[in-house]
Design a protein around this ligand. Sequence first.
Ligand SMILES: [Zn+2]
Length: 225
Amino acid sequence: MSFSAVQAALSGLRSCQEDIGTSMDMVIDVAMDLVESNETEHSSSLGTLQAKILEYAELDREINCFSNIVEQFNSEVSQQSPEALFSLSDRVKEQFDAKMASLSDAELHNHQKVVAFKEGVGSALQPENGEAEDNQDEDIALTQRYVNFTCPLTQGDMENPMKNKVCNHYYDEGAILAMIKARHKQHKKFRCPVVGCENINVTQADLVPDLLLKRRIQKRNASQV
Ligand SMILES: [Zn+2]
């Protein structure tokens, strides 16, 4: 095993991760279609899709974990004698197994794309043992949620709507990130720009993409052309 072979293997894994990311985006897309089709019986299909996206998240995490360990050893080994290489694969495996054993399934739900999936399907995905919500309420909530496509910062339609998990307000991604950055540069907090909102400290970590809303805006725009 040579140094360049390791690098090649690592970059192979990275392109594999890109494919996983694309697959996850596709799962999200299918889920959004289901949600938009408004079929009442879709929640079991959404459950299947969620299981799928969690599988991808696990694979993604495994590759991350493996690549990190290999990279770490790589920098170490390049300064050592060739003999050190012989025990390397055993040591990588050992560390990898230990790291994987320390990870929980619950953490997979924090994967960026799993979060996006859940935000996208929203209340359409009901917890397996949870109480079913009243469908009518859900429809009203959805309508209210999507009445406004306007970003409070740009006053134009949002292109990449981001939802603030703290106060549930929406902004366009580019505008909100620029504002937060500008304020933080002055060592100031950024207050939510929505009139009447009491959230005085909006941070990037509070923001999640709302893919369903993005699709609705895109569809509306397409129908207007
Ligand atoms: Zn707000």
